[in-house]
Design a protein around this ligand. Structure first.
Ligand code: AMP
Length: 282
């Protein structure tokens, strides 16, 4: 695996491949890699000739300085995992390479960045939009791979690619979970053992709510049960638990005729904030 630190190095290495009609797949990450990231790599290797992974902890998408400073960093292990997974190139830029100056542009995603993650993390999706645009412009991949784990981010990126006519196909990879149901996340590394245990409540409530919905229970009564379940887990603090349309992120009062719906949730375990979601009809 080759490690590229600058835009120039990326250009020099990739343009030859592009000219020889190799397809390039990009997997953007913030490092502290786990099986979820590696699943993206695995799928990328199936659909793209050359796989580029980027590791960049993007300061502009953190609305909380402490979360940014405490974001897990495991670079040596990451390099080993990526090398073993058959990744061709790692793009590992420093902050000055991506942000030689503070961007003046900001992106308004309309409704999409005003709800759920957008409303609880103001500015987050602007930072995501800026950094993903930069990565797409630098790497110029034919395909890019993102996790369903960050469902609202997927909606944001699809919007970005559509509205700005980026010439890239976005592929979404299902969420990888631990055996006990907890979605893999770099932030899980920050949980102590009690909080890690408590974090099971997220997937437990998601699976429960999905089966209740499919069984015909009204959303309002499911929500009441979910609140009770969270109240009985003192280590968890629920931020939101909403039924939404999976692409447009409109909050639903009930499932109605909608077929493309998901439940999205966020909760705190101490100072660690975790998100997860589940699709209802697949
Ligand atoms: P991150 O490093 O957290 O920014 O994540 C990089 C990419 O990996 C994003 O597209 C995430 O949605 C995806 N990802 C993170 N966790 C998982 C998971 N458990 N399963 C599948 N994809 C994931």
């Amino acid at each position: 695996m080759y490690i590229l630190g600058t835009k120039e190095e990326v250009n020099n290495n990739l343009h030859i491949l592009r000219n020889s009609n190799k397809t390039i797949g990009l997997v953007p990450t913030m490092g502290a890699l786990h099986q979820g990231h590696l699943e993206l790599v695995k799928i990328a290797k199936q659909y793209s000739d050359i796989v580029v992974v980027s590791i960049f902890i993007n300061p502009t998408q953190f609305n909380n300085q402490e979360d940014f400073e405490k974001y897990p960093k495991t670079l040596d292990k990451d390099l080993e995992l990526l090398d073993k997974s058959g990744v061709d190139y790692l793009f590992l830029p420093d902050t000055m390479e991506i942000y030689p100056s503070k961007p003046m542009l900001s992106i308004d995603f309309g409704h999409l960045d005003k709800i759920l993650e957008g409303s609880f993390r103001p500015g987050h999706f602007n930072g995501v939009g800026i950094v993903v645009s930069k990565l797409l412009n630098i790497v110029k991949p034919h395909q890019a791979y993102f996790g369903q784990k960050d469902l609202q981010q997927v909606a944001i990126i699809k919007r970005l690619v559509h509205d700005l006519s980026f010439d890239v196909k976005i592929n979404v990879v299902p969420t990888v979970r631990e055996e006990d149901g907890v979605a893999l996340s770099s932030r899980n590394l920050r949980l102590n053992s009690e909080s890690r245990q408590a974090a099971r409540i997220i997937s437990k409530t998601l699976f429960f709510a999905k089966s209740e919905l499919l069984g015909g229970s009204p959303w309002l009564s499911i929500r009441k049960k979910i609140n009770q379940m969270f109240e009985s887990e003192p280590k968890a603090k629920l931020e939101y638990f909403e039924l939404v349309t999976s692409d447009s992120f409109y909050v639903l009062e009930d499932i109605g005729e909608e077929k493309n719906v998901s439940i999205c949730t966020a909760a705190y375990f101490g100072d660690v904030r975790l998100i997860d979601n589940i699709s209802i009809f697949d």
